[in-house]
Design a protein around this ligand. Structure first.
Ligand SMILES: [Zn+2]
Length: 213
């Protein structure tokens, strides 16, 4: 069941690894179907050999309804996020180093680059520390998303969300690029921020980005 979704999840997981957003078998990728079913990567399995049958299908409550492996250890947090944010249909969790580093020096990754605003819809908040694989990780994510598509989990990593898997993937990849730019600038001097109007324009222009299907 959900063969195409499972293939898309594995492809996205390989991409976040290729971009250096995770190492080894870290992080997870999941999508939520209109009927509430959640499709999620397994716990602690490298992504390269992963096959569609390794990807788990869970019901709305997070119980496995297809698959033999253990689902991601963060499943309890993922279920909470899906349960509380009806507009979210995809979640990516990474340990991307630059965005995580930005969360160690401030309580937000500020709106400093158009690429960040394009994909996260503005500055990204840093949620206080929560244990990985805990319900609190989900609660903190929901509380600190603030209508954006990303949150930095202090001392841990990043959660990005989207109405589609592509939105969550773009948020993770471009946010890392922007965080790298921000930290480089900060190391050299005072960082210039975008105005609210510039942020608004950056969000708007990206809504029409890419090819029409
Ligand atoms: Zn993690």
């Amino acid at each position: 069941m959900y063969e195409e979704d499972k293939k898309a999840i594995i492809k996205a997981a390989l991409e976040i690894k290729e971009y250096g957003l995770i190492q080894m078998s870290g992080g997870n990728v999941s999508v939520r179907k209109p009927n509430g079913d959640i499709i999620v990567t397994p716990s602690g399995m490298p992504y390269e050999p992963m096959q569609p049958e390794d990807v788990l299908v869970l019901n709305k409550a997070g119980e496995v309804i297809e698959g033999t492996l253990r689902p991601s250890v963060d499943t309890i947090a993922l279920v909470y996020i899906y349960d509380h944010l009806s507009e979210v249909n995809a979640i990516i969790h990474t340990h991307q180093p630059y965005a995580t580093a930005a969360g160690l020096i401030d309580d937000k990754l500020p709106a400093c680059c158009t690429t960040l605003c394009n994909v996260t819809l503005g500055e990204v908040s840093v949620a206080p520390y929560s244990n990985p694989a805990s319900l609190n990780m989900g609660i903190q994510t929901v509380e600190y998303l603030n209508g954006k598509r990303a949150v930095i989990l202090k001392h841990h990593g990043v959660v990005t969300v989207g109405g589609t898997l592509k939105e969550a993937l773009y948020a993770a990849v471009y946010m890392e690029d922007a965080a790298k730019c921000y930290l480089t600038a900060k190391a050299a001097g005072e960082v210039a921020m975008m105005t609210d109007d510039e942020v608004f324009q950056a969000v708007e222009v990206f809504k029409d980005y890419g090819q029409k299907h």
